[in-house]
Design a binder for this molecule. Sequence first.
Ligand code: FAD
Length: 500
Amino acid sequence: MAIRVGTLIVIMCIIAAIDVQGIGASSTYYDLAAKDFGGIVSVRPLAFLAISKSDDLARIVRLAYISDDLTVAARGNGHSINGQAMAEGGLVIDMRSVESGHFGLVKANGSTYYADVPGGALWEDVLDWCLAQGLSPRSNTDYLRLTVGGTLSNAGVGGHTFRFGPQTSNVAELEVITGKGQRVVCSEKENAELFFGALGGLGQFGIITRAQILLQPAPDMVRWIRLVYTDFDEFTQDAESLVTAPEGQSFDYIEGIVVVNGDDPFNGWPSVPLHPNQTFNSDLIPQSAGPMLYCLEVTLHYKKYDSRTAIDVTVDSLLRQLRYVEGLDFQADVSYRDFLLRVKWEEQAARAEGAWDKPHRWLNIFLSRTDIAEFDHAAFKTILKDGIGGRLLVYPVLRRNFDDRTSLVLPEAEIFYIVSILRLGLPIPNEPSVGRMISQDKEIIKVCEDNAFDYKLYLWNFETQEEWKRHFGKKWGMFARRKMMFDPKAILSPGQNIFT
Ligand code: FAD
């Protein structure tokens, strides 16, 4: 690759002036910057830098700002699907090394606590640090080996979102290095434009080096429950009644899983029970059931000293209102930490199957409740009826818990569903090629377009600015204006493909 003289000088300045712990000299380390969880896109950076101090990171961004053409991509844990954390011919920063391990507890008014953590910290480490103080982040993603800055640049959604909103609604303050290399502390009250821009901002306005995360007292245990439905309308009505019920009259975590109505070990009945001593009695499924089953997944938090009888009574009274197939309900008591780390155990199983390193094609959609039944017919029961060798999620959340001042865009409806088609590479009959997965996704998006569904894609990587403009809709003007304010030379997160 030809390197401009100006760029070369910048690189030499970086190496000479800054405490770079690692530079992409060893090919394995360097290769990491050209790889992500998707395993489909791969572009080579000029260098992959591990820097320990955020001051040095600011100096690097300033040098890139005055260079002719250098771009800078923050790389969290590389769990993007389409090269969003890559920078072709640019600098990729290993955020895991920046200010790593510098955690602090901030007490605000009353009994409110925040964890002050580095942007490159893994949520798993944040959780463990908080649990040691008897606290926990309020809103968690399903998988915690993601970084704080990585999910805050998107939204960070999961089974607590219906109550507390996404992770972007649970942050009090950020420290951000803008595209001009300026280090700025921002919050709702101070530098609000940058604060709300960076939340859900796809890394376009600055690199998040610190974040203050809202906490709550941690439960010790959860009652983890899965309830099987054959009727999609009954499943959605029950899920919506639970997410709209007041706190104390519902569960603490609510998601939904779609499984194949068959004995396929990874995609069907055997994937539902929560414990090896539980079996799925398929005789209980009525003849009228379709190709897919729907599984409401909920938890109730409790403390070790709470009486099990009291928990049973609360659970029974909540379950009594629901219309799942009797006998197809599964319960387990696990520690709160084990529950939040559940996908890590799935990761280990997927690695053992050789599935974790396969290419992964994911499609995430926020879709209005008014369109979800039609989507079920056209997508789950038709295009995806053989399963996907991974997780198919569908669960409702409330728009009012998302802060509209952030960069994230949402459907118009007050209740919308998070639909996640998460192909993990587990075996399925007639496993499709990557090309077939891409065309499946296009078919599903076409269903949404042709039916004029009220929807937005989440974690998607559009190819042209025109498509991004359509995606942002009426927020595009604000997004572009913030870009001019904070990263006028468009050097940050080039892998998102929004500005050049
Ligand atoms: P990366 O993929 O490394 O980066 C993502 C983007 O953010 C890039 O553009 C990058 O440049 C930018 N970026 C990274 N760090 C910073 C920073 N500090 N400051 C500014 N910009 C930054 N998402 C959910 O919402 N809920 C889930 O439950 C969930 N589960 C997942 C499970 C798995 C197995 C995987 C692979 C992904 C999951 N995701 C989930 C998606 C996840 O939120 C995104 O992949 C997200 O990008 C976080 O990953 P990361 O920290 O590795 O960031």
